[in-house]
Design a protein around this ligand. Structure first.
Ligand code: F6P
Length: 540
């Protein structure tokens, strides 16, 4: 296929946006808020149960119009339609990008490269459902006839972060007599600590790896296998191990019955796979029906992204705001601040989604970009972060954009704690964006010498995302919102958001160093690495 490679900086919208940035250079968010009483309404959007309030972002209406022009000039809508139709928009791997097909309703049809992918998805979903319900009901037994009481997901990156995040997020909807564990790190501590209190006879391992070759996952899978076999023998492997993978040959070689392998496809990127069979642990936790709700939430956001007019399209605006902050306001990082303990792993999940997708320096045709691309995403749940890094957010020399996520209804109402939580979220959104001037600080009776220390510069762009409840549907919609926002950014920047070549060299070099450490292939590296290896050897 041919790729129209556009340098976004050559568009007229980009030039307009530069002018907007210059025009607004000395206009603060506070100025914008005070100048327009209608702003909270005109910058409030909603989709699939999520309200998105951009009124604390540093832009005005005409800037927003130019951002929408930029989307049009950069071909976001055409690219979106290509993605949804299964065109190979992952150019460097020559693959379709079809995570949206993972959540199409059962009656759908989507023929891509001659195959009805929607039918394939539902075939796997049906098998997952049967298996998940058998584990939940106790019909599926371990080798000695015991019920499964612990599920250990072994995977890394996209084969870990989504399920691990979703497990915590949906704990209130989970079957509580099964415990869930997520082992990802090749550090032997991760597996050892997970297995510490587990009974092999009641433990089910899900080996989750798209390729079934990932060093960390396969090392951990073999460690788990040895642990199980030591107590229950080789024959037990089939009752205690299932696989989620695209690689039937390696799954079978591991000793897993391929009848208990749940497949997915090369058109599902790892970081876009939590709603593929990689979500098997999630389905065991919440059951097939609620898992259907999760998929329905994803799908509702997909439909919105595909059909909502540009001016009210939430993922589109969210992605464009990220471009505005990154390329025109020179803001390098976004803090994701969920005011929900259930979303405690959401920032970690987003780190892979955003940074593995858009941390690129060349366009689709291999030409170097001369503008900034993917920003740095990080975060911690509020209110904990307030007592940690918010000092820098408020008064540091770096400006950090913030996504404040508010869940209105707690699954665990406890006196007035939910109101306390939400009061903190809204307070931070206000203070970060509006700040407090020297005159206001002085008017409080603050000693003159302390005034500069207490001035709050404000002007930190904040989006407030609010949902009624964090249930499976809403979680699906929230994840899809960020997925599509990442997509929009990638299209504007002209990069391939679906490959990850940057992680390969480190893996290869690690194998070389490992050969040297194990003595199987002694080698010499650069001087610093050789010195570090010698130091390690002297200490190990
Ligand atoms: O190292 C990066 C990566 O390829 C991710 O993109 C992926 O999610 C992860 O490794 C795990 O890969 P796999 O599912 O094949 O084990």
């Amino acid at each position: 296929m041919t790729h129209e490679i556009l340098d976004p900086t050559t568009t007229s919208a980009w030039r307009d946006l530069r002018e907007h940035a210059a025009r607004l250079a000395s206009t603060t968010i506070r100025d914008l808020v005070e100048a327009d009483a209608g702003r909270p309404d005109s910058f409030a959007l909603a989709a699939a149960g999520i309200s998105f309030d951009a009124s604390r972002q540093r832009l005005d209406d005409s800037t927003r119009t130019s951002l929408l022009d930029l989307a049009a000039e950069c071909g976001v809508f055409g690219r979106r339609d290509q993605m949804l139709a299964g065109v190979h928009i992952n150019v460097t791997e020559d693959r379709a990008v079809l995570h949206t097909a993972l959540r199409m309703p059962a009656a759908s049809t989507l023929v891509v490269d001659g195959v009805d992918v929607a039918a394939d998805v539902h075939e796997v979903l049906a098998r997952m459902g049967v298996f998940a319900e058998a584990v939940r009901s106790g019909e599926w037994r371990g080798a000695t006839g015991e019920r499964i009481s612990a599920v250990v997901n072994i995977g890394i990156g996209g084969s870990d972060l989504g399920p691990a995040m979703a497990h915590i997020a949906l704990e209130a909807f989970s079957q509580r007599d099964i415990s869930f564990h997520f082992v990802s790190n090749v550090d032997p501590t991760d597996m050892s600590e997970a297995l510490h209190a587990l009974d092999p006879a009641r433990t089910l391992f899900i080996v989750a790896s798209k390729t079934f070759t990932t060093l960390e996952t396969m090392t951990n899978a073999h460690a788990a296998r040895s642990w199980l076999v030591a107590t229950l023998g080789e024959d037990a492997v089939e009752r205690h191990f299932v696989a989620v993978s695209t690689n039937a040959e390696l799954v079978s070689a591991f000793g897993i019955d391929t009848a208990n392998m749940f497949g997915f496809w090369d058109w599902v990127g790892g970081r876009y796979s939590m709603d593929s069979s990689i979500g098997l642990s999630t389905m065991i936790a919440i059951g097939a029906e609620q898992y259907g709700q999760l998929l329905a939430g994803f799908h509702a956001m997909d439909v919105h992204f595909a059909t909502a007019p540009a001016s009210g399209n939430v993922p589109l605006l969210m992605g464009l705001l990220s471009v505005w902050n990154r390329n025109f306001l020179d803001i390098e990082t976004t803090a994701v601040l969920p005011y929900s303990q259930y979303l405690s792993r959401f920032p970690a999940y987003l780190q892979q989604l955003t940074m593995e997708s858009n941390g690129k320096s060349v366009r689709l045709d291999g030409t170097a970009v001369d503008y900034q691309t993917g920003g740095i995403f990080w975060g911690e749940p509020g209110t904990n972060g307030q007592h940690s890094f918010y000092q820098l957010l408020h008064q540091g020399t770096s400006t950090v954009a913030c996504d404040v996520i508010v869940v209105a209804r707690s699954e665990n109402p406890l006196t007035d704690q939910q109101d306390i939580l939400v009061a903190n979220a809204l307070s931070q959104a206000s203070v970060l964006s509006l700040g407090r001037t020297a005159a206001e600080v002085a008017a409080d009776g603050t000693a003159e010498a302390l005034v500069p220390h207490k001035v709050m510069p404000g002007n930190r762009p904040v989006s407030v995302l609010m949902v009624e409840r964090l249930d499976p549907f809403t979680l699906g919609a929230l994840v899809a919102l960020y997925e599509h926002s990442v997509f929009v950014q990638g299209v504007i920047w002209g990069i391939d958001s679906f490959d990850q070549w940057g992680v390969e060299l480190g893996k290869k070099v690690a194998m070389g160093i490992l050969g040297d450490l194990l003595g199987t292939q002694p080698a010499s590296f650069d001087a610093s690495t050789d010195a570090s290896i010698a130091r390690y050897r002297s200490l190990a």
